[in-house]
Design a protein. Structure first.
Length: 231
């Protein structure tokens, strides 16, 4: 085992933090939550430390990398998304379950710019809540199968098509954030009408493959101006 391993935020400390250290950590998390929500994942760590009233070195002692800080902040939001998926997957009305899940996903995107960044572009695999997010994707597939089995979701819709909802909403949420912050709901429901079996027409292009989605996510990661560095 390497002796140069840097502890991550997931690892449980051997003993509780001293009161002053815990106070510093809480202040950093509070400042980061505000900064990431307003500025996205690229928010300045120096600015977060300054707002928390600590030195940048103190921030790095608690959170060795930016992703450690992201992990701490967004486990709760990933848990919310997972809960929404679990509830939607067992609804008797499968169309209502499909709509409710996407509404909850988009609402989380709209409420927090950093969460919008997280779900619309790929981050390293060990990032916050990745296990929960993978489980949520499995449940999303189940939600879609339920709706297709009931004949309410068009049969040619694939899980990869949900990426279009996330990507388009990411741009709409960002563009209308300060002008019409609920505009994303209109766009979502226009898309939901397009997903209905009733009135469906043959589509001119095949769905993206999983590999194409992954390649697109790499492109989004590389071009996103506020995509976070790992440290």
């Amino acid at each position: 085992m390497s002796h140069h391993h840097a502890p991550s935020a997931q690892e449980t400390p051997a003993k509780p933090l001293r009161r002053d250290a815990q106070r510093n950590r809480d202040a950093i998390v509070a400042a980061a939550r505000t900064a990431f929500s307003e500025q996205g994942l690229g928010a300045s760590l120096e600015g977060i430390a300054r707002e928390a009233g600590v030195a940048i070195g103190t921030l790095y002692r608690h959170f060795p990398t930016r992703l450690d800080l992201v992990e701490t902040l967004f486990n709760t939001k990933y848990a919310e998304l997972l809960t929404a998926a679990e509830e939607a997957a067992v609804m008797d009305d499968a169309w209502e379950g499909f709509c409710r899940y996407l509404e909850n996903l988009c609402k989380l995107q709209a409420c927090d710019r950093a969460f919008n960044d997280l779900v619309s572009a790929r981050l390293p695999f060990h990032v916050a809540g990745r296990g929960m997010f993978e489980r949520t994707k499995e449940l999303c597939n189940q939600i879609m199968r339920n709706a297709q089995d009931q004949g309410v979701l068009r049969g040619d819709v694939t899980a990869q098509d949900i990426a279009f909802v996330i990507w388009s909403q990411a741009g709409i949420i960002q563009a209308t954030r300060t002008i019409a912050p609920q505009a994303w709901r209109r766009h979502l429901h226009l898309m939901l009408d397009a997903f209905r079996t009733e009135g469906a027409h043959q589509l001119p292009e095949p769905p993206l493959t999983s590999r194409q989605v992954d390649q697109t996510l790499v492109t989004l990661e590389c071009t996103k101006e506020d995509c976070p560095e790992q440290s």
